[in-house]
Design a protein around this ligand. Structure first.
Ligand code: URA
Length: 193
């Protein structure tokens, strides 16, 4: 199924891809979602930010990072002079896992081809993985986020530079870590220097 899906997606433009995500019933999450959360922002962005999965607010509004954590992310981006309209924001999973539980391996397997097609269409210059989950998934590692953050990696399937940092929901609980996220974004900015 997945290999065939990857072949189908390779021919889709943005509109067809979004339609396919909206109609997706490949895993159990379609049964509990209110709606899919495809992603939002500039389709020609240099910066692609990738979170874990929609939460309750995102599931209701159909947009990524619009709840409390998302509002903090918007503030951080604004302070970096990277308004949301200039970047692209997506999640590894397009549907909310019930009670925000961690994504299951088969859900990831079904959903990753959508993200990969988004990456192929955008061709970002840098990917920012937000939080341990996205970072570990994209880097195919179990290392803790504290070890992964702030260093330049690359998304193996594409070679695109990737920086991992803390999830904004974590910053809501631990505001003192904000300076580390700021530093991680500064490392990311150096890619453009
Ligand atoms: N957390 C995420 O990882 N993604 C969202 O879109 C919202 C919260």
């Amino acid at each position: 199924f997945i290999d065939r899906e990857v072949q189908v997606l390779a021919n889709l433009d943005w509109i067809a891809l979004e339609h396919r995500v909206t109609a997706c019933t490949a895993c159990r999450l379609h049964q509990s979602r209110t709606q899919t959360v495809f992603g939002a922002g500039n389709q020609q962005a240099d910066w692609l930010l990738i979170g874990e999965a929609p939460g309750a607010d995102e599931d209701l509004q159909g947009e990524p990072f619009v709840g409390k954590a998302g509002q903090l992310l918007t503030q951080i981006l604004t302070a970096l002079q990277l308004p949301r309209t200039q970047v692209y924001i997506a999640n590894v999973l397009k549907c909310r896992p019930p009670d925000n539980r961690n994504p299951a391996p088969d859900e990831l397997a079904c959903c990753t081809p959508f993200l990969d097609r988004q990456i192929a269409l955008i061709q970002p210059k840098i990917i920012i993985a937000l939080g341990a989950f996205a970072a570990q998934h994209l880097l195919n590692t179990n290392k803790p986020i504290g070890e992964l953050r702030g260093k330049q990696h690359s998304y193996a399937k594409t070679g695109i530079p990737l920086i991992a940092t803390y999830h904004p929901a974590y910053l809501l609980r631990s505001p003192s870590q904000k300076t580390k996220v700021w530093n991680d974004f500064q490392v990311a900015c150096q890619i453009f220097a």
